[in-house]
Unconditional design. Structure first.
Length: 96
């Protein structure tokens, strides 16, 4: 989450300096970092409840693992998108 805020500040600085592409990239990175950070924070809170509570360990554990599954699924989708964008860029570089 902190890295997302830092990218947001960098995006605003790029906007102020007139760098449109830097603003877009920084803004996207800001949103992605904050979303991924929130998924991990939610998973950590549920896993912490496993230790702190009694009697509801299994539901808290399952909820924490579900949050981790969502985090890693989102990361997988983002990696696939990044690889597609990279392959498209390389293909355009070779063609042009």
């Amino acid at each position: 989450v902190i890295a997302g805020i830092a990218y947001g500040v960098a995006a605003l600085y790029a906007l102020k300096r007139g760098h449109g592409l830097g603003m877009i990239v920084g803004g996207v990175q800001c949103v992605l970092d904050i979303v991924l950070g929130l998924y991990l924070t939610a998973a950590a809170a549920n896993l912490r409840r496993v230790v702190e509570t009694q009697g509801l360990d299994i539901p808290h554990l399952m909820s924490g693992l579900d949050q981790l599954r969502r985090y890693f699924a989102l990361q997988m989708v983002l990696i696939i998108i990044a690889l597609c964008v990279m392959a498209t860029g390389i293909l355009l570089f070779v063609i042009i």
